[in-house]
Design a protein around this ligand. Structure first.
Ligand code: 1GP
Length: 255
């Protein structure tokens, strides 16, 4: 029942960092879908997150396809209650805790709770924290919430801790899809050192160096969406960088 969250905890304990490729069903169609599947077959990331701010098409058949074609675990990362479909491996049941819009704090969750429960799917309660970027993000606009200014480290940490104390199992620091600059390593470090649950970081990560510095700062899972929509064939490269990072770290520790 809790297979995915258990894997996350075991990897975290072993300091095995994880990569999630974010698939936006509105965009991942036709040639992009074919190229993405081809890349995922070369090297499978730990997770495929499926979701988007504006997704209106059913994700059911897309999830089926990824399940057939890849080794990765498929996790729903829904923008709202209507995106729930029962065939993924797990659901990030999230609350936008950086915002003060009751609909995204609890309303969407109430709308989907009975279907989620009846599906028997693994549910991972998650505190979702939007950090201010250089431009207004889709999440900010659609959710009608204010992100936390990036220099307000105390507010970010306090929000993450509130999530943990409320029983959430994971915290997600989100710079917004397509952000010009990702969440800073300083902020990641500050939060990761002071919470005791796994940390996901995403938004604006476009290079292996960004990914590695997020890992180094304490992110357990890095999520990349936009960049792989442009360059799906780069997915295996990033996985290799992640593996190399782990191997080098392990060797250093053995020395
Ligand atoms: C968005 O954090 C994810 O929710 C990924 O962001 O699309 O910028 O990689 P990008």
């Amino acid at each position: 029942m809790r297979e995915i969250f258990r894997t996350i905890l075991l990897n975290r304990e072993a300091e095995k960092k994880m990569l999630a490729v974010l698939i936006d069903p509105e965009k991942c169609q036709g040639p992009l879908l074919a190229a993405t599947i081809a890349a995922l077959k070369v090297e499978a990331p730990d997770f495929i997150f499926v979701g988007g701010s504006l997704t209106s098409t059913s994700t059911k058949s897309l999830i089926e396809l990824f399940k057939e074609e890849t080794e990765s675990k498929i996790i729903l990362f829904p923008g709202n209650a209507s995106q729930f479909t029962p065939n993924a491996d797990a659901l990030l049941f999230m609350s936008l805790i950086s915002g003060r819009n009751p609909d995204y704090l609890i309303g969407q969750q109430v709308q989907s709770a009975i279907s989620v429960k009846n599906s028997g799917m693994e549910v991972i309660p998650m505190g979702y924290i939007l950090i201010e970027g250089d431009a207004k993000s889709s999440v900010e606009y659609i959710s009608n919430t204010q992100p936390i200014p990036r220099e307000k480290k105390g507010i970010v940490l306090s929000t993450a801790l509130a999530g943990e104390l409320l029983g959430m199992h994971i915290i997600y620091l989100e710079a917004g899809s397509g952000a010009k600059s990702p969440v800073s390593p300083e902020l990641i470090q500050y939060v990761s050192e002071n919470i005791s649950i796994p940390l996901i970081v995403g938004g604006g990560i476009t290079t292996p160096a960004d990914m590695i510095s997020s890992f180094e700062a304490g992110a357990d899972i890095v999520v990349i969406g936009n960049f792989f929509e442009k360059y799906p064939y780069k997915i295996p490269d990033f996985i290799e960088y992640r593996d190399k990072y782990y191997e080098e770290k392990r060797k250093k520790e053995e020395e």
